[in-house]
Design a protein around this ligand. Structure first.
Ligand code: FAD
Length: 321
């Protein structure tokens, strides 16, 4: 087992993200097929208990770089540290989450270690020469299979559609001493409401666009809460300052693939649709019957979102009890 695969873990408040377990499960399945080992890189401080859990999901080796400068994601510091790990480990494949940070990291790491890279990957398969990646392309107009060669290949995965499978392996913890540089960026700490389901992981997403008409997204939030989901937004809502940038869905935002996507007051531009093509069921609520979103939706409701959403929420709440 001289070859290996490397997963880059994400953690917050001493807990690994669901995406980390999904990436490990995918990595484990691939490592069984290729007959190689699976390592996971963990940056920053984390409890031994949380670290040991990684072995339950197939990690043979847990590479830990403990430095307080790594407790918060900063692009240049993470790129420096992870490229040092990749150079040392020499993996066939690096798997990371296709989140905002993950997409940025996959690009900077690829440039640093001169690797082939793909983001928003739905599935990865080993081929004779490299790895075959399934992903949407050209604003989600086509579903493509591309093959990447070289060592390593870097794949930022669309984790919401990946399953979690437990599989115990050795989980040997190896602490690496890498000299971590100071960042060149100014760090602004944003408080996250950890109670909320991350948008990229939510099975139901309620999104608002310009049609919401202001920063009061409370009707959408109530519907999302009833569905145990999360709230997203179109770029118009982000540009207007109604929602944080991390909520933007689409070509220049994040891609989501929930079971249910409800677009409220969103016209359905190709750039927005690019971020929702993997959704299982799309429902559109729009007062303009000619809005392009209706041609992309499985179900369309013509009308004012402020009348429709509260009714929908009430009905769904009543069904829950
Ligand atoms: P609009 O197009 O203005 O639509 C608002 C809709 O709300 C209308 O259909 C209207 O009928 C409806 N409405 C109004 N009031 C109500 C009401 N009370 N009830 C129900 N319906 C109502 N956009 C993204 O979303 N994500 C991206 O990642 C993205 N990337 C881009 C990248 C580039 C390079 C470019 C050029 C553009 C990008 N855009 C992106 C912008 C995109 O082109 C659209 O401008 C944007 O998606 C429109 O947002 P919207 O649908 O909220 O607004």
């Amino acid at each position: 087992m001289s070859e290996n695969l490397l997963v880059i873990a994400e953690h917050d408040n001493n807990k690994f993200s669901t995406a980390t377990y999904q990436l490990l499960s995918t990595g484990h399945m691939l490592s069984e097929q290729i007959k190689c080992s699976l390592s996971v890189a963990v940056l920053g401080s984390i409890t031994p208990k949380a670290l040991n859990e990684l072995a339950e999901y197939g990690a043979d080796k847990i590479i830990l770089v403990e430095d307080e400068k790594l407790n918060q994601y900063v692009s240049d510091v993470y790129t420096h540290t992870l490229s040092a790990i990749i150079t040392q480990e020499n993996p066939l494949l690096v798997l990371l989450n296709s989140s905002f940070a993950g997409k940025e990291l996959s690009a900077t790491l690829a440039a640093r270690v001169r690797a082939a890279v793909a983001t928003e990957c739905m599935a990865v398969r080993k081929t004779d020469k490299g790895f075959e990646i399934s992903k949407f392309m050209y604003g989600s107009k086509i579903s493509a299979k591309i093959e990447l060669y070289g060592k390593p290949v870097i794949a930022a995965m669309q984790t919401s559609s990946l399953s979690i499978v437990k599989s115990k392996r050795a989980g040997r913890i190896v602490k690496l001493n890498i000299s971590v540089p100071e960042t060149k960026f100014r760090i602004v700490r944003q408080e996250n409401n950890t109670e909320k389901i991350p948008l990229s992981q939510a099975r139901a997403v309620v999104s608002g666009g310009r049609g919401v008409g202001g920063s009061d997204f409370s009707v959408l939030e109530q519907l999302a809460e009833t569905l145990n989901g999360a709230v997203g937004a179109s770029r118009s809502a982000i540009d207007a300052g109604w929602r944080p940038v991390s909520d933007q869905i689409g070509q220049t935002g994040i891609t989501v693939s929930p079971d249910l996507y409800i677009a409220c007051g969103i016209s359905g531009s190709s750039q927005h649709i690019a971020g929702i093509a993997g959704s299982k069921t799309v429902v559109a609520i729009n007062k303009d019957s000619h809005a392009p979103i209706f041609s992309k939706a499985d179900y369309g409701i013509k009308g004012d979102l402020f009348e429709i959403i509260p009714c929908l929420t009430e009905v769904l709440k009543a069904r829950k009890h």
